[in-house]
Design a protein around this ligand. Sequence first.
Ligand code: AMP
Ligand code: ZN
Length: 474
Amino acid sequence: MGLKIFNTMGMRKEEFIPLREGEVRIYVCGPTVYDFIHIGNARAFVVADVIRRYLEYKGYKVIFVSNITDIDDKMIRRSQETGLSLQQLGEIYSNAYFEDIAALNVKKPDVSPRATQHIPEIIEAIEKLIQKGYAYQANGDVYFNVMKFKDYGKLSGNKIEALEMGARIEVNPKKKNPADFALWKAQKEGEPGWHSPWGKGRPGWHIECSTMAMKYLGETFDIHMGGKDLIFPHHENEIAQAEALTGKTFARYWIHNEWLTIEGQKMSKSLGNFITVRDALKMYDPQVLRFFLISAHYRSPLDFNKENLRLAKVNLMKIISALKRFVSLKEKTEGGDEEKNLLLNIRRAKQRFEKAMDDDFNTPLAIAAIFDIVKAINAYADKNVEIEKSAKREIYETVKSLLNVLGIEIEVKEKKYAEDQMALINGLMKLILEIRQEMRRRKEWRMADEIRDKLQKLGFLIEDTPKGTKWKLK
Ligand code: AMP
Ligand code: ZN
């Protein structure tokens, strides 16, 4: 069975077919860098990371772009409050963001474009929209005319008429229609501004994302992601701008995550009920926090509370201790039916894991499949102290690759394998040096020297001493 994705565009699960064979291009709306990110934001980034990792697991080459919003109203307000320049503010909080997502083992995007570094491209896009009749200027502002884009509302289902009646849109005499949105905002006093054909000003948030997405991923790309608050107006407006410009589909699959809640309410800056990733990491291990964030399906709400975090910790510990137990099984050369059964169970669990992830990235079911592995390993270890070598290797590699999709590292085991490898090298070197010693005894100096030189090239320092030959790694 192939991968199915719930596409917000159309609101149904669809078979995933990438635009280019073997390659998936993804754009994720990144943070506005005026403050530390909170664990609600982190949910969006961890969800995107798991999706990226699963596509990589399936063999796709993934190109992952996630922007930094470093100019908008919140940035300007914060810069005025703190006395920090926009640049300083952006630098401080984008560095903090990269640190925070790294702590949660979120892979770095391939490109992290910043809005302020793409002003010429943004201006060019706005000029084209004006030329094509989709945008108009009004006293230094430029607006997108929603009436001109016939598909406006296709993502969110919001009809222009309904929007115009809604109280959410402020009355702005510069706009032709109340639902029109700003592509360019004229500079106000005390605000930063860039030169443009419409006077000094700054770009609107939506045009930043659509311009940067198309610059790095092409006019049409595969997946666009973000939290569900971005469906409207942000993503609706990105589609309008991009498709008005190119006449082509902008993103083919739209993925939106549900809220991380706290006491049942959306965690958000404006409600003041947020916990930054930094503070959460003072209370919880990063792996536990990450495991918690993927414990619910991304389209279900997830509540940040002590009980859910306790459960995440207990479950993660169960996985880790089963793996520790598994690694400590001694290796033997011959296996029997027990190994065969165990392997069969593991292979089946791997299939269940893939089936779960293929069904719109169902991480709770994928974790349940990992627990099937935990159960099988524990049952085996209850009865056995040894395991056949190649079965051990296969199971280890399988578990490692599945946990890697979830972004859970199994360090204990890596260390153990490093130790095993070192033991293997020690044995091999002992054998080689014994053979070389025998050559020297037979006065085959040329050959003995050649072995020494070749080992040296490989990184082994060989020293002949009266007490025998010694070696060490360079
Ligand atoms: P912002 O910096 O506010 O644009 O948010 C960055 C990302 O976090 C966006 O994709 C938001 O939709 C997402 N986000 C914000 N709050 C939450 C929340 N409580 N739960 C899940 N995602 C959220
Ligand atoms: Zn965006």
